[in-house]
Design a protein around this ligand. Structure first.
Ligand code: MN
Length: 406
């Protein structure tokens, strides 16, 4: 029986509130290597967003290559696909070299789609096959034509994805008859519960795919992109989620990897493997006296705990930011838990100004939030509001694709 471990969204190089997550990502990778060894895992599937940025910092690359080296020494076969955060060129650069270590890399869709079928298990007697599909950029998909409007483009994207998965399922049945088929993908599936840390893909998520684009031949779909672990529309469509929380909205998630076990004529099973919480995220919320009291009660408490403060303002108080800074500075000087973020919540007086309240870092503003906020200032008819939002998302998507390509 073949044991396949599914993980995704490592986001190496990611900073949360300008704090380095690499210590915790390294802890996960150490755990992963030990787990693969102890459980005799045969195959590792990594479904995109290896790195957080198209041009990852050296420390993130070092962590990636060191981990691949150690993983390859366990004898595990690896299949790595690109996500929307990854630069296809950066992932593909060492492709041939990594293949000598049993690591298959797919940064982008290859001109010959059938190259994406990777037999899993001993080369002489494979036990399964995976359709290793990376994040598909608009430009790689068929059916997209200039001049299409927004709904037409969304439909074309869905049709393109469906065609890729159907083609590979037919090809797998032809080339590897009798072997169970698994799929990989980095996409947004209808109904998936997002957190605050995914970047929207493909025209504002309008091209979300439903479970029925995948032909029934796929026994399991190892998905990436959504950072909360979950099933998406069907029990065999799975997001492994990120192994480390990437935003405070994920503070209550139990992170996981998943293990699929099966083979020819074996009833497949898959299950979650919960991960230890290497970092704990906490949110303290209330009026300033309440928040200050909660902080006092924590003293400087547990290590590896990052705290977000949300301070409800009853009335404007120009003195408050300085007071908060002082208390936070003092708290953080002690060893242990750390306040990494605070926000003054003006409640009813919400508007653009709340985005720019003291303590809000520019890098936590999403371009879309800023645009929406500016639209709300102008009382536009709903139709104009919708059209402007769509045009903005189109431009944003184009910008991200150009940034990824460079
Ligand atoms: Mn991601």
């Amino acid at each position: 029986m073949l044991k396949v471990l599914h993980t995704a969204d490592w986001h190496l190089g990611k900073r949360l509130q300008n704090q380095d997550l690499s210590t915790y990502q390294a802890a996960f990778l150490e755990w992963l290597i030990a787990y693969i060894q102890a459980q005799e895992i045969d195959v590792l599937l990594l479904s995109g967003d290896v790195f957080d940025l198209a041009n990852p910092p050296s420390r993130a690359r070092e962590l990636y290559y060191q981990s691949l080296h150690q993983l390859s020494r366990t004898g595990v076969q690896m299949v790595i696909t690109g996500g929307n955060h990854d630069s296809p060129a950066v992932l593909n650069a060492p492709r041939e070299l990594l293949s000598t270590l049993g690591i298959h890399v797919f940064g982008r869709l290859r001109p010959d789609w059938s190259e994406h079928l990777v037999p899993l298990g001993p080369p002489a007697a494979p036990q399964a096959v995976v359709a290793a599909v990376p994040f598909l950029r608009d430009s790689e998909l068929p059916h997209l034509a200039p001049g299409q409007n927004y709904p037409e483009r969304a439909a074309a994207l869905r049709a393109g994805l469906q065609e890729v998965y159907h083609h590979l399922a037919r090809e797998a049945q032809h080339r590897y008859p009798g072997l169970p088929l698994l799929g990989m993908g980095h996409l947004y599936a209808v109904g998936a519960h997002t957190s605050a840390s995914e970047r929207e893909i493909q025209i504002g998520n309008q091209a979300a795919v439903s479970a029925d684009i995948f032909p029934p031949a796929y026994q399991y779909l190892a998905l990436g992109h959504i950072h909360r672990p979950q099933a998406a529309g069907a029990a065999h469509l799975r997001y492994a989620g990120s192994p480390v929380p990437l935003s405070f909205s994920e503070r209550q998630d139990t992170k996981q990897v998943r293990v699929w076990a099966g083979g020819p004529n074996v009833a497949p099973q898959h299950q979650e493997v919960p991960l230890p919480a290497w970092i704990k995220l906490r949110r303290l919320q209330g009026t300033w006296p309440e928040v200050r009291q909660k902080l006092r009660e924590m003293s400087s408490g547990e290590a590896d705990t990052w705290i977000e403060l949300i301070i409800q303002l009853e009335q404007p108080d120009p003195q408050l930011p300085a007071q908060v800074e002082e208390v936070v500075g003092h708290f953080n000087e002690q060893q242990g838990a750390r306040v990494v973020k605070y926000r003054l919540d003006a409640g009813a007086q919400r508007g653009t100004e709340s985005y720019f309240a003291a303590g809000t870092a520019v890098d936590e503003l999403q371009p879309k939030d800023v645009f929406q906020s500016s639209l709300e200032q102008q009382s536009l008819p709903p139709e104009d509001h919708r059209l402007l939002t769509e045009a903005f998302e189109d431009l944003l998507q184009e910008y991200y694709q150009q940034a990824d390509a460079s």
